[in-house]
Design a protein around this ligand. Structure first.
Ligand SMILES: Nc1ncnc2c1ncn2[C@@H]1O[C@H](COP(=O)(O)OP(=O)(O)OP(=O)(O)O)[C@@H](O)[C@H]1O
Ligand SMILES: Nc1ncnc2c1ncn2[C@@H]1O[C@H](COP(=O)(O)OP(=O)(O)OP(=O)(O)O)[C@@H](O)[C@H]1O
Ligand SMILES: [Mg+2]
Ligand SMILES: [Mg+2]
Lengths: 228, 228
């Protein structure tokens, strides 16, 4: 379970002060699949980064599975990131001089529990799942934009996380490939994985069960998707 | 006028051989506004990179305004890139430690003709045009994904190019911001700028007059958009 209570995030840049999140309250139960939508700059990525323990709140609190995240030690936070949360970044964040296979394998190499016994095999299987089984040895500059995005998706899946946070995972994908990715996310959700996805495409959001709307750093809407 | 005649592009990577383009023929007249659509990996970015003189054909020819591009010297190619063509990259390609303003100003600083007298003022005006006038001093990591994309668009406009090549320019933008960008492209087109845009969103493509469809490195469709 994910709980954000009155979370604000302020970025101070020289004299500029940007309130990226303002008084956000959000509860997400285990096994939900939901979308976050809103205008450019409305705080979607900021919120996802906080949920993924990649950034910290300025004020308010974030409780993940009963633990206040701000009370956790850095190594506990790193463990949570590695084991519980798979993240698909808006900008992909692939290592540029590293093959697709090694990019996907990387989170497993950081997993101190070593619960995945054969990281390379798992990484190859994750790339197969996103239809890139024939491109394992290509580095990002040798892949199209959409292919890079799918490598990023494979990397988010490979640790078998409990929660997937996906920031515009279909932004660079054609309709058919987008539908395949949504099918994959739905399959994972049926297996119990909680999925939060940022998208600006209503068609894509309609694959989820609940839509959170944001504007100017605030949650302004939260409703169930009624016909899917 | 843009003419591609029987253009192929092969990437050779170790033992892998990828035919990114295969026998592409395309003619684009001055003042057209068109979209390029197709599945992930179908060759759209490869074709746009060739048209933008950022990559070379493997075979076939590219004739731009009567000049065979392969006959041009490197400094002539660089001049064409700088003065005639504005490019919006799929991955934005902003300099990460450089402000929005300086990123947009950069192509003007490379323009040896110095036809723009006040580069900084023009760069600020271009950022205003994409509604980022209040963020001139922010570096890319201080901007949202969609804001970075708009900085990339402003950089493509600032040299007042004759041709704009935009690779998924709305992939990270919400619907309303996307419409504003399309309105901007239509305004530019009315002023005579030729616009080629890659998109996978049919709604966005409907703002253009002609749609090129690609599959597996080939042009498989080329039709006019009839009701706009
Ligand atoms: N530098 C490269 N080296 C090897 N292969 C490449 C290179 N650049 C592109 N490719 C391959 O060429 C094919 C076409 O790539 P391209 O980037 O043109 O596709 P695209 O249509 O833009 O796809 P997307 O919609 O995913 O952005 C893909 O299979 C891609 O992996
Ligand atoms: N590191 C930072 N420093 C300063 N401002 C920032 C930083 N990160 C984000 N911002 C600002 O905070 C606001 C929210 O950013 P965020 O990335 O969450 O928006 P978003 O909803 O994801 O937008 P998009 O749809 O364009 O990706 C924006 O105005 C952005 O410029
Ligand atoms: Mg974002
Ligand atoms: Mg592409």
């Amino acid at each position: 379970t994910i709980v954000l209570r009155n979370v604000s995030k302020i970025y101070q840049t020289g004299e500029n002060r940007v309130m990226a999140l303002s008084g956000v309250d959000l509860t997400v139960s285990k096994g939900e699949i939901l979308s976050v939508m809103g205008a450019s700059g409305s705080g979607k990525s900021t919120m996802l980064n906080i949920l993924g323990c990649l950034d910290a709140v300025t004020s308010g609190e974030y409780v993940l599975d009963g633990h206040r995240v701000s009370d956790l030690a850095p190594n506990e936070l790193a463990d949570i990131r590695n084991r519980k949360i798979g993240f698909v970044f808006q900008g992909f964040n692939l290592l540029p001089r590293t093959s697709a296979l090694e990019n996907v394998e990387l989170p497993l190499l950081y997993d101190r529990s070593h619960r995945i016994k054969d990281p390379r095999k798992e990484a190859a299987a994750a790339l197969e799942r996103v239809d890139l089984g024939s491109r394992l040895d290509h580095i990002p500059s040798q892949l199209s934009g959409g292919q890079q995005q799918r490598v990023a998706i494979a990397r988010a899946l490979v640790t078998r996380p409990a929660i997937i946070l996906a920031d515009e995972p279909t932004g660079n994908l054609d309709s058919r490939t987008s539908l395949e990715i949504m099918g994959l996310f739905q399959d994972l959700n049926r297996e119990g994985v909680t999925i939060l996805m940022v998208t600006h495409e209503p068609d894509i959001a309609s694959f989820t069960e609940r839509i959170i709307e944001m504007r100017d750093g605030m949650v302004i809407g939260d409703h169930r998707v009624l016909d899917r």
